[in-house]
Structure formats: structure tokens, C-alpha cells
Design a protein around this ligand. Structure first.
Ligand code: HEM
Ligand code: HEM
Length: 146
């Protein structure tokens, strides 16, 4: 179970990274060029929301099944996990930061939908998606992945 999920989570992450980067660049470009917000802009921001939500769901299930997730804390204790940077990354930092990423992207998406003016929509997306992206980049287990 954990192996299959690890495989899916690991490959789905390429899609998440790619789409969130594209949606963030699109929002920044839309904001700075002051162009009209269109169907294509809605689609890319929604797509970024959906792929990150799916990753969140896979991540949460992985967290309770993988030996590097919750089991590491319950078996070895929080003191041991916190002292080991790899353990801490998988059991604490990565999950916490990725949940925050999804929170930022979700708030950005919801708020942008309620804005009526194109430039406001792009501004909301640009701010929240950029913060989400930076948080995500900060705690991806790069050395084990890419
Ligand atoms: C642990 C799993 C998940 C959690 C906690 C979660 C949470 C949320 C929350 C809080 C919103 C509210 C956004 C708003 O205020 O409008 C939302 C929206 C949404 N979620 Fe998720 N989600 C999860 C999984 C998924 C999955 C697996 C999918 C896709 C298959 C998905 C697709 C969507 C879509 C499309 C919307 C936005 C609808 C819209 O307002 O246009 N979510 N989700
Ligand atoms: C939403 C964006 C996320 C991205 C881009 C992402 C990406 C990744 C990547 C690239 C790995 C390393 C895979 C490998 O070593 O091959 C990983 C591992 C892991 N992730 Fe995530 N993740 C996300 C969200 C989450 C969430 C929300 C949780 C839990 C609540 C989570 C839990 C885990 C766990 C426990 C591992 C280690 C699993 C193992 O090696 O057995 N991830 N993630």
C-alpha cells in the first residue's frame, strides 16, 4: 500500500510542480500586463487547485501508511524524529508545509473567484499562488526525488 502510494505521490508531484509554476507565472504575467482575465486563466488556476488537492489527499493517506510518516513518530518518539533531519523532513516539515501550500492555493483560488475586476483576480492569484509555490519549493525532499 505505502509503496504504491509513494510511487503515485512521487510522480504526481511532477505534475503539481509544473502546473503550479505555470499558473503562478500566468497570474503574474496577467497582473503586470493588465490584460483581461479569460477562460484560459480560469482553467489553469482551477487545474492547479485540483492537482494540489489530489496530491493532498494522496499525501495524507501516505502519511498514515508510510514508515516515514506517522509510524516513525509513534515507533521512535518525537524526540528522535526531531533530531534527525531526514526523519523530521518526512514526518513533520514536508507534510506541514505542503498542507500550508494547499491552504494558500485554495484561499487564492476562492478569493480570486469572488473578485469582479480582471486585475484584482490576477493580483489575488499572483500573491497566493506565489506564496504557495515558494512554501512548496522549500520543503520538497529534493535529494530523494528529482
Ligand atoms: C484531503 C482532501 C481534500 C481537502 C481537505 C479539500 C478541501 C477543499 C476546500 C476547503 C475547498 C474549498 C474552496 C472554496 O472555499 O471554495 C475545496 C475546493 C475544491 N476541491 Fe478540494 N479538498 C480535498 C480533495 C480534493 C480532491 C481529491 C479533488 C479533486 C478530485 C478536489 C477538488 C476540488 C475542487 C475542484 C474545488 C473547488 C471548487 C470551486 O470552488 O470551483 N479536492 N477543497
Ligand atoms: C501538495 C504538494 C506536495 C508535493 C509536491 C509533494 C511531493 C513529495 C515528493 C516529491 C516526495 C518524495 C518522493 C520520493 O522520495 O520519491 C514526497 C514524499 C512524501 N510526502 Fe509529499 N508532497 C505534497 C504533499 C504532501 C502532503 C500534504 C503530505 C501529508 C500530509 C505528504 C506526505 C509525504 C510523505 C509521508 C512522504 C514520504 C513517503 C515515503 O517515502 O514513504 N506530502 N512528497
Amino acid at each position: 500500500m505505502a509503496n504504491t502510494l509513494h510511487f503515485i505521490h512521487s510522480y504526481w508531484a511532477y505534475l503539481v510542480l509544473l502546473i503550479v509554476v505555470l499558473a503562478t507565472i500566468n497570474a503574474l504575467a496577467g497582473f503586470f500586463s493588465k490584460r483581461e482575465y479569460g477562460a484560459k486563466d480560469f482553467r489553469i488556476s482551477l487545474f492547479a487547485l485540483i492537482v494540489t488537492h489530489i496530491q493532498l489527499l494522496i499525501g495524507i493517506i501516505l502519511y498514515v501508511t508510510s514508515p516515514l510518516g506517522l509510524q516513525n513518530i509513534t515507533n521512535n518518539g518525537m524526540g528522535v524524529v526531531m533530531k534527525d533531519s531526514t526523519f523530521r523532513l518526512y514526518a513533520v516539515e514536508h507534510p506541514m508545509m505542503m498542507i500550508l501550500t494547499v491552504v494558500f492555493i485554495t484561499i487564492g483560488y476562492s478569493k480570486h473567484k469572488k473578485n469582479l475586476l480582471s486585475n484584482k483576480k490576477f493580483k489575488t492569484l499572483a500573491i497566493f499562488y506565489t506564496i504557495g509555490l515558494v512554501l512548496m519549493l522549500s520543503r520538497i525532499p529534493w535529494s530523494q526525488w528529482f
